[in-house]
Write a protein that binds this ligand. Sequence first.
Ligand code: NAD
Length: 351
Amino acid sequence: MRFTELPRPTRVVFGAGRFAELGEEVARLGARRVVVVTTPGRKALGERAAGSLGERCAGVLPDAVEHVPAEVADAGVARARELGADGCVAVGGGSAIGLGKAIARDTGVPLVAVPTTYSGSEMTPVWGRTEDGVKTTGRDERVRPAVVVYDPELTTSLPVATSATSAGNALAHAVEALWASDATPVTRLEATESARALVDALPRVAAAPADPDARADLLYGAWLAGAGLAVTTMGLHHRLAHVLGGGLDLPHAGTHTVLLPHVLAWTLPAAPEAAAALERALGGEPVAVLRRTFADLGAPTTLAELGADEERSWTSQLDVLAERAVSPPPAHPRVPTASDVRTLLEEARRG
Ligand code: NAD
């Protein structure tokens, strides 16, 4: 056994109703002029957050969109500077947290995340930015949230379809943390427990979307998945999701959900320990379990459904995307060629 375990500096506050403690958490950080960022769809929640911060809130920015487009990030940073922000609270899914991270990185203010999806971004020091069709990601300690407030009550409004794909995003984090070359005994425990909790809770959320226990279990699985992703190196799966997200503007969570069974089927023969751990956690052959789970939820199963079609020049883009996905080669248990990636993507497009 040989591993390097990294510190986990984020303070995690988890439980139904704990959104009410947001003001206290911001006060603990000593911030006095906080900018609240969110997506247009979560604006009312952003305003609730601002209300609970009272005089500590300098303004609400409901402009976040997916994949952190450069112009949205730069406008957010400029607005935070104008407001004299000394802290940032991101309320919403990965898109809101992505904009919060852009502000934290460029201004150096601490970030507090209140996630309302299962993206897991709140637990990672990973930032993203999309410019001219290319999504760049990197790691920077300034973007790692100082505090995360997980309140499952904020997630009961997430439609079942979005819950399914968002949980697919979380499952992808767990899977990649499991087979990462820098996985540790702790990340393996987190990843397998995360996968178990997510697959167990998904059908319960589909049956009763407001079930507080099922919602808490999904959020718990997402937290563990994000925590593992934070300290391990992402592989081919994330490379593909970023290449497709940046190049074709495909939705991030849906793309993860469609790709995951394909990447698993291609990779698991080269990662027998991950395959066995996942099989134990899911109670069956991983690819079959995931296909069944997603199909039962009516989640997308083809990239074509997500918009990977001729309108977005799929055929002519495929070679470029495949090259991008292997240059430089991702850290992965099975090293892909551009031709492997083309085949995998074409299969994922058709399902
Ligand atoms: P998102 O934040 O865009 O949310 C999806 C949709 O759901 C949005 O319309 C949003 O308004 C809505 N929504 C969010 N919470 C809701 C709720 N509780 N009830 C009803 N509707 C709700 O999408 P996402 O999948 O959460 O995040 C995707 C983004 O996050 C991508 O840009 C991706 O690259 C990024 N991401 C980053 C990391 C990282 O570590 N840096 C990890 C995962 C994802």
